[in-house]
Design a protein around this ligand. Structure first.
Ligand code: GLA
Length: 379
């Protein structure tokens, strides 16, 4: 172990998913981009082999010996505060992934601050994971590439936190580039940057955070994932990625109506991602509105993960002039996105606020986001 103290700051962004929802854990396609809201971690090494995490968003701190992480996760995770399972889980998953000798890495103090809205479906958790993985990878000298760091973040979320999520958020947070979306094949984990061209076309992407909170470790998300696995098993394929729109007629004959509709969402959503990439490249962002709208309808009617607040946000934005709108993220709450002319930001915002007030819903948080750079060392 080196005794030379190291200090530095790393950060990783939250993300918006432009299209491709609940396709990642079906080995399918997604098209997210990182946003300008980030989680930063200030790291300071320590000589006693312990890891301590503190944050500006929770008064709870946690501290364990690096050598005790293997005993903590996953079985004894309840011994640390919920938020601390993300960074400590990443430290654990990094050690597991590399097999590095725990005695050879220095202890660390990790101090987090973030402006990524929590519970809005903008991946505040992937931002914590990405910042932690980047910092420890550098300071512990592990030499993992960005895709491996995304996998580490996903493993931490699945096993140390216990949320059965896919790999989209971590890949978006680790690999995104400014002004572009990350087109990701969730089976091969190959990515391509796709220019969005929003600014050049005079467009803004509005996020409407409904303030309805969601939690992916419980309930609906897990259930949807199980339905998808069941649908794939009935069709005799490893994952729904292996089914095309042409197979849906046969799928309808083989399964119950609910499972069929879950399958239809995933299969058509995969196709919409491919169509969106193609349309962005051939015709530009003004041409993707119908694909966004169709994605929302599929999540509302087939996958059944929308809530009235999200539907109202989407319908109102569209009626006020949005080119297209849809809920984004895991569903059951969180945020919707609307692609709009720059000149309509104030009027669409006002229309949605009015509609929410009229419906007696909590005041939504509405803001624009811009495609931004992925995880990095800042200082
Ligand atoms: C959450 C999960 C992702 C993905 C989306 C739905 O954000 O973390 O892995 O499954 O939901 O597309």
């Amino acid at each position: 172990m080196t005794d030379t103290p190291t200090a530095g700051t790393w950060s990783a962004p939250g993300r918006v998913n432009l299209i491709g929802e609940h396709t990642d854990y079906n080995d399918g396609f997604v098209l997210p981009f990182a946003i300008e809201f980030r989680t930063a971690v200030a790291l300071q090494t320590r000589t006693d082999g312990r890891i301590r995490v503190t944050s500006s968003f929770s008064s709870d701190a946690a501290e364990v010996a690096v050598s005790d992480l293997a005993a903590l996760f996953p079985d004894r995770r309840d011994e640390v505060p919920e938020w601390a399972r993300y960074p400590l889980g990443v430290a654990w998953a990094l050690l597991e992934a590399t097999g590095v000798d725990v005695a050879s890495v220095p202890g660390v103090d990790l101090s987090f601050s973030s402006d990524v809205p929590v519970g809005a479906g903008l991946s505040s958790s992937a931002a914590i994971e990405g910042a932690t993985a980047s910092a420890l990878n550098d300071v512990w000298g592990l030499g993992l590439d960005r895709v491996s760091l995304a996998k580490v973040g996903c493993r931490a979320e699945n096993e140390a936190v216990g949320a059965p999520t896919g790999i989209m958020d971590q890949m978006a947070s680790m690999l995104s580039r400014a002004d572009a979306a990350t087109f990701l094949d969730c089976r091969s984990l190959q990515t391509e940057s796709v220019d969005l061209g929003f600014a050049g076309a005079g467009l803004e992407l509005l996020v409407i955070d409904t303030k309805v909170t969601h939690a992916h470790s419980t309930g609906g998300y897990r259930e949807r994932r199980a339905s998808c696995e069941q649908g794939a098993a009935i069709m005799g394929v490893p994952a729904l990625r292996d089914i095309t729109v042409d197979d849906l007629t046969r799928a309808r004959e083989l399964m119950d109506d609910v499972t069929f509709r879950r399958v239809r969402h995933v299969v058509t959503e995969n196709q919409r991602v491919l169509d969106t990439v193609e349309t962005l490249r051939s015709a530009g962002p003004r041409a993707i509105g119908q694909l966004l709208d169709a994605s929302h309808a599929s999540m509302r009617d087939d996958f059944e993960i929308s809530v009235p607040e999200l539907d109202l946000a989407v319908d109102t934005a569209r009626a006020a002039g949005a080119i297209g709108a849809r809920m984004t993220g895991g569903g059951f709450g969180g945020a919707a996105i609307a692609l709009i002319d720059h000149s309509l930001v104030a009027s669409v915002t006002a229309a949605v606020e009015r509609a929410f007030a009229d419906a007696g819903y909590a005041t939504p948080h509405i803001f624009t986001v811009h495609p931004s750079e992925g995880a990095r060392r800042d200082a």
